[in-house]
Design a binder for this molecule. Structure first.
Ligand SMILES: Nc1ncnc2c1ncn2[C@@H]1O[C@H](COP(=O)(O)OP(=O)(O)OP(=O)(O)O)[C@@H](O)[C@H]1O
Length: 368
């Protein structure tokens, strides 16, 4: 294990000496240019009620989210099921317009003044998504070649005469050979399908990728390989990544900083090597059995490590709707908080910086 970490460190040092941008992007001091900024982001869905659907109730999937992601950074996003992670991801990618608020990409507003305006084709090219379920994200009627050449043609990124060579090089990027060109999705394993999904995301030469639980549908033995592949690609292509997962140990391993979502609200943002201070993040961490094998950023995630981390999924927080009876002014975590105070019932705390890069939305956080 020690030797593996050392050899990973040696590789990192030699790449730094060669001036490889990939590893430079891992250095926190390099994360200075802002790539994405979300401000006051909100998304509500209105669900029709009653036999004649005459009334509706509001689901506030994302509530007043402020977020910044710097170039080359990996931001982890954790939270239990239904907390709004995927909705936030769709808003950041411009797949849905927000109900309120705005997203800026490289300083430019995504939606412009009119919410109905079209997202620019250039933004669509530079921002991509790797989906949770590689099976449903691939068209069963298209071969690997057809799947991968499509974005190249749509974005005019490749001459027709070079299409096959470009697709072969994309396959190589994700560890697959030309033998896969003519295969259909049903002829691929789960891990191979996810590699094709990753190659498709890479095909448009993006600068920003959202990985929405990219390993949760995969076999345990494959998960570490896919995470290592994503980290390699991040380094090789200087990518900025939003990495969504339920599993805190995986997010801690992968990310530079972590945002924690609860009922549509970001309750904490902290550097991945810092101790979280929000009572909800502490609860999430507590629900995770201790990982006995040390995982460091300088080591590659080994399947053996991942086997341990997979035992560490947060337990079922099915009482997620508990807080729904509370007024909009209350802290969203009030009902489940063990350190709540009376005033938490009437104050909805906003994120405030309590340490370098560490933000907590709580009036009574734990001590550092
Ligand atoms: N299109 C939609 N119409 C109505 N409600 C929606 C829609 N999309 C999401 N929601 C609701 O918004 C809330 C947040 O959903 P979202 O999928 O963003 O959560 P999540 O944290 O990604 O969950 P998971 O981890 O299970 O994928 C949920 O209550 C969900 O039911």
């Amino acid at each position: 294990m020690k030797m593996q970490i050392n050899s990973a460190l040696n590789t990192q040092n030699s790449k730094l000496l060669k001036g490889d941008c990939s590893f430079n992007s891992k250095l926190k001091t390099q994360h200075s240019t802002l790539l994405i900024r979300a401000s006051g982001l909100q998304k509500s869905y209105f669900i029709k009620k009653g036999f004649f659907a005459t009334s509706s109730h509001e689901v506030r999937a994302v509530r007043n989210v402020d977020l910044e992601i710097k170039e080359g950074e990996i931001l982890g996003l954790v939270g239990e099921s239904g907390s709004g992670k995927s909705t936030l991801a769709r808003l950041l990618l411009g797949l849905e317009p927000p109900t309120k608020g705005e997203v800026w990409f490289q300083g430019r507003s995504l939606w412009g003044k009119a919410k109905g305006s079209r997202i620019s084709k250039e933004f669509r090219r530079t921002s991509q998504m790797i989906f949770q379920d590689p099976v449903s994200s691939l068209n069963p009627k298209k071969t690997v070649y057809e799947t991968l050449r499509e974005p190249l043609l749509i974005h005019g990124l490749c001459d027709k005469s070079r299409l096959e060579a470009e697709v072969v090089s994309l396959l190589k990027e994700v560890g697959l050979g030309p033998a896969f060109l003519d295969r259909y999705p049903h002829e691929l394993s789960g891990g191979q399908k996810q590699r094709i999904g990753i190659a498709r995301a890479l095909s448009t030469r993006p600068s920003f990728i959202i990985c929405d639980e990219p390993t949760s549908a995969l076999d345990v033995s494959i998960q570490a390989q896919i995470i290592n592949l994503i980290l390699d690609l991040h380094e090789r292509h200087c990518l900025t990544i939003l990495f969504i997962s339920h599993a805190i140990p995986i997010v801690k391993f992968v990310s530079d900083k972590i945002a924690v979502m609860y009922r549509g609200v970001i309750v904490e943002i902290f550097p991945s090597d810092a101790t979280p201070l929000h009572p909800y993040t502490r609860l999430l961490m507590k629900a995770v059995p201790k990982v006995t094998i040390p995982i460091t950023k300088n080591s590659k995630l080994k399947t053996q490590n991942l086997d341990r981390t997979l035992e560490c999924q947060p337990s079922d927080f099915s009482d997620v709707q508990l807080g729904s009876k509370l007024s909009h002014d209350a802290c969203p975590f009030f009902e489940r908080c063990r350190v709540r105070k009376g005033e938490c019932k009437s104050v909805s705390p906003v994120l405030r910086e309590i340490g370098p890069g560490h933000f907590v939305a709580c009036i009574n956080p734990y001590d550092a």
